[in-house]
Each structure stands twice: as C-alpha cells, then as structure tokens.
Write a protein that binds this ligand. Sequence first.
Ligand code: ZN
Length: 149
Amino acid sequence: MDDLRQLYQETILDHGRRPRNFGAMDDATHQADGYNPLCGDKVHLYLKVNDGVVEELKFEGQGCAISTSSASLMTEALKGRSVQEARDLFARVHAMLTGKQLDDMAGKLGKLAVFEGVKKYPLRVKCATLAWHTLENALAGGGEVAKTE
Ligand code: ZN
C-alpha cells in the first residue's frame, strides 16, 4: 500500500471511530433521515441554514466506518458553504464515486478525496453517499427518509 492510500485509509478509520459534529441540534432549520438497507447504515442529519449559508451541521446515527466517516467529513467540508456550493460538492463526490471525471476535481474535493478508492466497491458507494443523499433531502425540506436505492 502506498503512502497516499494509507493516509486515506487512516482518515476514514479515524472519522469512523471519532466522528466530528456528532450529536443532536436543537435549533436546526432543516433535517432528514437516511437509511441504506444494504448495509444497515442510518443517519439523521441536522442543518442550520441562514441566508443561503450552511452555518452548522450535525448528525446522529449508526453505520459502518465508511458511512460514519463520510457523514463526518461531509459536515466538516460543508460548514460555512452556501447551499449551492454544497450541492456542487455533492455532484463532485458523486462523480468521483461513480468513476466520472470533472474538471479540477481533486482541487475542489479536498479531504473528501479519501473516498476515491470506494468506487471499486459498488455496495460501499451507497455507504459513502448516504449522508449526501440525506443532505439533499434535508435541503429540499422533505420529511422523507433518503434511501440509497
Ligand atoms: Zn455501510
């Protein structure tokens, strides 16, 4: 295993074990549930959006290391971004996980690039995108449970 892959692996394990922004939020403006039946991952996402900017994100739930670390890294990546930037970033993450190339991808993905290796494992892609699908539902304001299917 080369150094970069090892770093990616360590980041995923670290965020899986000690997820950032984990817990409930009292004054959320948007929230949604997500469920990935193939793996059993569950996530509940809270957002505080003010003036088109995602000011705070928190999540609760239980899942595998990939889904937990993906939610954790997503909350870090989106804090302080506009809703439009959040959607753009999801498009990039989705493209990365499905093996598509976008312009200047790596530069925009930052730490989220750690999930690149997941694209080789289609079942795990659903674990990695669960938090993002849940984000989309929360932003759309729907009370529906986001499913990866
Ligand atoms: Zn999973």
